[in-house]
Design a protein around this ligand. Structure first.
Ligand code: ADP
Length: 647
C-alpha cells in the first residue's frame, strides 16, 4: 500500500503528562498552603499561662477547630526576642487544635479578674486545597472517562476521530491538488493498458459535458484489480492529479468499527463530503474488507456490520446521480471474492487489471525510482530489470531505496551495480546472517543440499535457469539458490514436473551423499506438495483424476466444511499427489546419481567460496544444451513505431 501523506496538520500530541503534572501540583500545593506547619503548636496550659500574663493580642478560631494565637509586643519580646522575620501581627505565632467549647471555657477561666480580657474571634476560612483534594477522586474519574471515550473513537487521530460523537464520520483523507504534492501519469511507470483506460476517466472528469451531451452516462465506479504493490493507489492518485480534482482516500477496513452501524454511517458521510467537493475521486483501498460476498460466511455471526456497510455503499453508488461528478475507484487483489452486486453495471462496472510489471515495465519503474538517485556509471537498468522477475513496483521502489542505503553505509559517492544486486538479494532472501553459528558438518549438509538444487535444475530442460547459489544464511533460510524464472503466461505439465524435481534435488542430494535425510527440506517439501496438489486438483494435469478442477474462484469454499468431492476421490487425490511427488523424487535421485562427481565438485566449491554463480556450473557441467526463446517484450513497442499514429 502506498504511503499516504497526512494532510491534516500534524496535531501536537498531548501526552498524559499534563495529568501527572496537575496532580503533582495539587499535591505540593496542598502541602505548602494547606497546612500551617511552619507555625508552632502550643498546649492549653501554655495558652492559659500566656493569657494570665497578658501576652496575647488576639485569638482567632478557624472553622471552629484550630485556634490561631497572635502575641502582642510584650509577648513577642518574651517568646520571640529575635524575631528576624518580623512576623509580628501578620501571621499567628502559635496554633492549637482544640474544640470550640473547651477553648471558650479555658480562655474565660484563665482571664478571670483581668481588666481587658482577650476575646476569641471565630472565623470561617475556606480551605481551598482541602476542598480540591476532596473533589480529586471525582475529577480523576472524569478524566479517566474522557480518555476511554477517546480511545474508543479511534485514539483521537485522523479526521473525525477524537470524540465519541464523531465516530460515524468517515475517516477518509482528502488530498487537495493545489496544496498537496501532485502525482501524475509521469510517476507511474509501465502499466500502459491500465493507464490508457484510466485516461478516459480523466477525460470524464475534465470534460463531462462532452459525454453527457449525447445522453451518455459517466461511469461511477472503477475497480483496480491486481497483486499488492503494483501501483493501484499510485494510479488512482495520478488520475486525480491529471484531472486536477480532489482525491479522497480511505481503506476498506476504515469503515469497520466495533460499533454496529458505524460503517454505514461512515459511508454516508464520505459520499456527502465527496458530493460537496465534486467533481472528485473517492479511492477505497482493499475494498474486499467490506465488499466480500454477503451471507456466505457461516462461521461468524458478527457479519452483519460488514454487510450493512456494503449495502450502504451499494445504495450510495446507486444514489448519487451519474452526473454528479464523483467517481469511485476501488482497489483489491481479490476481485474473485467480491460481492456480485458490487460489480453490476452502474456500480463498479469497469475493471482494470494491474498486473505485475513485465521486463519493460520493470525497467521503466527502475527509471522512475532512479530519478532522484546518484548513480554510478555501471548501473544498467536493463540488467536490473532482468534480475527482478516477479517483483512488484513497490518491491522495485524498495530495491532502489535499499541500494541507496547500502551505498551510504559504505560511504560511497555513487550507488553502484553491486549495491543494487545486494539490495535485491536482501529483499529476496532477507538479511545476511554472517555470524550465525553453523558447524562444519552442518555446512557440508547445506552445501550439498543447495548443490543438489543447482545440479538438478541445470540438468532439466524446463527448470528455471540458475543465477547463483549461496550457503550464507539469510533470514530464516540456511542457504539459497537464485533462479531467473521464465516469465511464462502458461505452464505445461512437464515444466511443472521439472520444477518439482529441481525442488526435491536438495533432499535427494542429502540422501545420496550422506545416506540420510534432514529437516532442512521443509520449505521445499511444502512447495512441492502444494504444487502437486494444484496439478491434481486445480489444473486437471493428472490422468487418473482427469480434467476436473476443484478450484473455486469465488472463494466461497473457504467457509464450507464440505469438500466438493467424495471420500473416494479424496483418497484418489492423495494417492496421485504422493505418486507424483515420489516419481519426481526418484527422478531427482537418478539425475544426481548420474552426476555425482559434478555434485561433489559443486558442493566443495560452495564450501570454499560460499557463493557460486552460473559460470561455475558451466565450468563443471558445460553449457546447458537448451536455448529458450528469449522474451524481450519489444514487439509491442516496435509495432507502435512502425505504425505512425493516426491523428
Ligand atoms: P498497491 O496500491 O497496488 O498496493 P501502491 O500504489 O501503493 O500499490 O504502490 C506502492 C509503491 O510502489 C508506490 O508508492 C510506488 O512508489 C511504487 N510503485 C508501484 N507500482 C509502480 C509503478 N508502476 N511505477 C512507479 N512506481 C510504482
Amino acid at each position: 500500500m502506498a504511503e499516504i501523506p497526512n494532510n491534516n496538520k500534524p496535531k501536537k500530541k498531548i501526552g498524559f503528562y499534563w495529568v501527572y503534572i496537575v496532580l503533582i501540583a495539587f499535591f505540593i500545593g496542598s502541602i505548602v498552603f494547606g497546612s500551617t506547619s511552619s507555625v508552632k503548636e502550643t498546649t492549653m496550659t501554655d495558652l492559659s499561662k500566656m493569657l494570665k500574663e497578658q501576652d496575647i493580642e488576639k485569638i482567632e478560631l478557624i472553622n471552629g477547630k484550630t485556634a490561631e494565637i497572635y502575641l502582642n509586643e510584650q509577648g513577642m519580646r518574651k517568646y520571640f526576642p529575635n524575631d528576624t522575620k518580623q512576623t509580628f501581627g501578620k501571621t499567628p505565632n502559635y496554633t492549637l487544635k482544640v474544640s470550640e467549647d473547651r477553648l471558650y471555657t479555658k480562655v474565660d477561666e484563665a482571664q478571670q479578674g483581668l481588666s481587658n480580657p482577650v476575646e476569641v474571634i471565630p472565623i470561617d476560612r475556606a480551605n481551598f486545597w482541602g476542598e480540591i483534594i476532596g473533589w480529586l477522586p471525582l475529577l480523576l474519574i472524569i478524566v479517566f472517562w474522557i480518555l476511554i471515550m477517546r480511545r474508543m473513537s479511534g485514539g483521537g487521530s485522523g479526521m473525525g476521530g477524537g470524540q465519541i460523537f464523531s465516530i460515524g464520520k468517515s475517516k477518509a483523507q482528502l488530498y487537495d491538488q493545489e496544496k498537496d504534492n501532485k502525482t501524475t501519469f509521469k510517476d507511474v511507470a509501465g502499466l500502459e493498458e491500465a493507464k490508457e483506460e484510466v485516461m478516459e476517466i480523466v477525460d470524464f472528469l475534465k470534460n463531462p459535458g462532452r459525454y453527457t451531451r449525447l445522453g451518455g452516462k459517466i461511469p461511477k465506479g472503477v475497480l483496480l484489480v491486481g497483486p499488492p504493490g503494483t501501483g493501484k493507489t499510485l494510479l488512482a492518485k495520478s488520475v486525480a492529479g491529471e484531472a486536477n480534482v480532489p482525491f479522497f482516500s480511505i481503506s476498506g477496513s476504515d469503515f469497520v468499527e466495533m460499533f454496529v452501524g458505524v460503517g454505514a454511517s461512515r459511508v454516508r458521510d464520505l459520499f456527502k463530503q465527496a458530493k460537496e467537493k465534486s467533481p472528485c475521486i473517492i479511492f477505497i483501498d482493499e475494498i474486499d474488507a467490506i465488499g466480500r460476498a454477503r451471507g456466505k460466511n457461516i462461521m461468524s455471526g458478527g457479519n452483519d456490520e460488514r454487510e450493512s456497510t456494503l449495502n450502504q455503499l451499494l445504495t450510495e453508488m446507486d444514489g448519487f446521480g451519474t452526473n454528479s461528478g464523483v467517481i469511485v475507484l476501488a482497489a483489491t487483489n481479490r476481485a474473485d471474492i467480491l460481492d456480485k452486486a458490487l460489480m453490476r453495471a452502474g456500480r463498479f462496472d469497469r475493471q482494470i487489471y494491474v498486473e505485475l510489471p513485465d521486463l519493460n515495465g520493470r525497467r521503466e519503474i527502475f527509471e522512475v525510482h532512479m530519478r532522484g538517485l546518484k548513480l554510478g556509471t555501471d548501473v544498467d537498468k536493463e540488467f536490473l530489470a532482468k534480475q527482478t522477475p516477479g517483483f512488484s513496483g513497490a518491491d522495485i521502489a524498495n530495491v532502489c531505496n535499499e541500494a541507496a542505503l547500502i551505498a551510504a553505509r559504505k560511504n560511497k559517492e555513487n550507488i553502484e551495480k553491486q549495491d543494487f544486486l545486494d539490495a535485491i538479494d536482501r529483499i529476496v532472501g532477507g538479511l545476511e546472517k554472517k555470524n550465525s553459528v553453523i558447524t562444519e558438518s552442518e555446512k557440508k549438509v547445506i552445501a550439498y543440499h543447495e548443490a543438489g538444487h543447482a545440479t538438478t535444475s541445470w540438468m532439466l530442460e524446463y527448470a528455471h535457469p540458475l543465477v547463483k547459489v549461496t550457503i550464507v544464511p539469510r533470514g530464516k533460510a540456511l542457504g539459497a539458490a537464485w533462479y531467473l524464472p521464465d516469465e511464462r503466461q502458461i505452464t505445461t505439465k512437464e515444466q511443472m514436473y521439472h520444477e518439482m524435481i529441481a525442488t526435491l534435488g536438495g533432499r535427494a542430494a542429502e540422501q545420496i551423499i550422506f545416506g540420510q535425510i534432514s529437516t532442512g527440506a521443509l520449505n521445499d517439501l511444502e512447495k512441492v506438495s502444494k504444487q502437486a496438489h494444484a496439478m491434481v486438483m486445480y489444473y486437471g494435469l493428472d490422468e487418473t483424476i482427469g480434467n476436473v478442477s476443484y478450484y473455486d474462484s469465488t472463494g466461497q469454499q473457504e467457509y464450507s466444511f464440505q469438500k466438493p468431492f467424495s471420500e473416494k476421490t479424496a483418497e484418489k487425490i492423495d494417492a496421485e499427489v504422493s505418486k507424483l511427488i515420489e516419481s519426481a523424487y526418484q527422478e531427482a535421485l537418478r539425475i544426481l546419481n548420474e552426476h555425482k562427481d559434478g555434485l561433489a565438485q559443486l558442493a566443495q566449491k560452495l564450501i570454499d567460496k560460499e557463493v557460486i554463480f552460473s559460470d561455475d556450473l558451466v565450468a563443471i557441467f558445460g553449457e546447458r544444451p537448451w536455448k529458450h526463446e528469449e522474451r524481450t517484450f519489444k514487439r509491442r513497442n516496435e509495432e507502435k513505431e512502425e505504425k505512425p499514429e493516426e491523428a
